[in-house]
Design a protein around this ligand. Structure first.
Ligand SMILES: [Zn+2]
Length: 308
């Protein structure tokens, strides 16, 4: 089995920067706030966040003002990424906490669900994002947690998994969001852990990789969605960690750096992040541990909740 080509992955993430004048212009044009979160969190897990100019990134985020990319409508997805990036750099003090919290509170619906933006699309993904974001900002009490949890549970299926709305098909990405939100709100007792654990461990295919739904191809990004869920419900020993590590390492471009969805495909920052984050969850040597619910390095989460 090969090893994680850490230096090459760091260089790959930073090389995305060099194609343009600055890291910010690139994330703005191509990857926006989510891309900044993926790239920077991967760098931090690999212990290389200091290769980035903090002030440059923070001032870009602030100029962008949590309102979505410049010229775009605000969306809760980008708001969480901005908060996560600021948390990575220990710069949460620049956030207008009341403004961001008020925006998120305004997206909660009567039934406890959350919309992604003012246009109203409802999805359990947005429940996770809202809950994670207000929790990082120490404002969980500002939303109706009881109703939020009730809505998430209404999206639970007979197979133990969760869908995007009540009755929606179980999907690993959605399961991560629901289990993560329940973990953050201290409601994991509402999950049928054995049933869900069985569904999740069935996602491991012959190559060792994980898929997101039955009959689908394995994909490195599911190393995160499935694995973090298994860890949160304490069933990670039901899959072969060794085989999954091998699958992720087989998806590396060992020459130019970066990780792809499947072996020999083209690399991108998204899958590089999920590959590195997955290996971190698998306790791969040399990587910082990542928190399965907040999707931030454990030392960052500890700083948010235990310093002061
Ligand atoms: Zn993928």
């Amino acid at each position: 089995m090969g090893e994680l080509a850490t230096d090459k992955h760091v260089r790959y993430i930073l090389s995305v920067e060099k194609k343009k004048d600055s890291f910010e212009s690139v994330v703005m044009e191509h990857l926006r706030m989510n891309g900044a979160y993926w790239g920077l969190t991967a760098l931090d897990i690999m212990g290389k966040l200091d290769t980035v100019d903090v002030n440059e990134v923070v001032s870009w985020i602030m100029s962008w003002g949590f309102g979505g990319n410049v010229g775009h409508d605000p969306h809760i997805l980008y708001t969480l990424s901005a908060v996560q990036v600021l948390a990575l750099f220990n710069k949460l003090d620049v956030v207008d906490v009341d403004k961001v919290t008020t925006y998120i509170v305004s997206l909660q619906n009567e039934d406890g669900s959350f919309s992604g933006d003012i246009w109203g699309e409802v999805d359990t993904r947005f429940s996770y994002i809202a809950i994670c974001c207000v929790s990082i900002l120490h404002r969980l009490d500002r939303i109706n947690v009881e109703k939020a949890v009730k809505y998430i549970i209404s999206c639970k299926n007979m197979d133990g998994g969760f869908g995007c709305t009540p009755g929606g098909e179980s999907h690993a990405g959605q399961i991560f969001c629901c289990v993560g939100a329940l973990a953050i709100t201290g409601s994991l007792d509402l999950v049928d852990k054995d049933l869900l654990g069985w569904w999740l461990c069935e996602r491991q295919v012959k190559s060792g990789g994980l898929n997101g739904r039955p009959e689908k191809l394995p994909d490195v990004c599911y190393s995160w969605w499935v694995l973090s869920s298994l860890i949160m419900i304490d069933r990670v020993h039901w899959i072969s960690k060794e085989k999954l590590i091998k699958f992720i390492l087989d998806c590396q471009d060992t020459e130019k750096g970066g990780i792809s969805d499947r072996p020999d495909d083209a690399v991108d920052v998204f899958h590089t992040y999920f590959g590195v984050a997955g290996l971190s969850l698998l306790e791969y040597p040399g990587l910082k541990p990542i928190d399965p619910a907040y999707a931030l390095p454990v030392d960052v989460v500890d700083r948010i909740f235990f310093s002061k």
